[in-house]
Design a protein around this ligand. Sequence first.
Ligand SMILES: Nc1ncnc2c1ncn2[C@@H]1O[C@H](COP(=O)(O)OP(=O)(O)O)[C@@H](O)[C@H]1O
Ligand SMILES: [Mg+2]
Length: 170
Amino acid sequence: MQVFDIPTEDAMLALGKRWARRLSSIDDGAVVFLAGPLGAGKTTLARGILRGMGHAGAVASPTYTLLEHYDLPAREVWHFDLYRLEHPRDVETLGLRDALAGAAVVLVEWPERGAGKLPAANYEVEILHRGDARRVQVRAPNGAANLDGLGNLEGRENPNTAPAESPRPC
Ligand SMILES: Nc1ncnc2c1ncn2[C@@H]1O[C@H](COP(=O)(O)OP(=O)(O)O)[C@@H](O)[C@H]1O
Ligand SMILES: [Mg+2]
């Protein structure tokens, strides 16, 4: 697991921008789960990724639409927010199959709402509150090589494998 301590919203955007390069470089496309409570910064991180991939306009949170689609020069990006999904099987009505058909970057907030109906993720991100700061934990279920791709990026990151920690008070 890779751990990043992110003090501000701007730092979260910057983290996303740095990841954008890595995500765009995966030939088959990339699926990224963004987990964490409301207000953790999932959409903010997605916004940074989109900006890093060359999206200049606004980034709407897909909280109500459940999905936003971007056709960017480098890649197509599908940004899902499954918070309001009533049942995991409803994922099938959202066009996820189309999203996975190409070499797109697929960002999924609240992936637990689609449990059992989502493809395996290249990256599983969990964002935790640390007061005003955030702790971003990244797992790459398909192998550590993927994590190196993110970890080699410069920034305020803690390169150590995360200690078995007890949560600090927020
Ligand atoms: N370190 C930080 N990283 C990200 N967001 C932060 C941070 N500190 C404060 N915030 C605020 O937290 C909120 C995160 O909102 P959002 O990205 O929509 O969360 P989510 O999509 O997880 O519900 C924003 O209002 C942002 O300004
Ligand atoms: Mg959100």
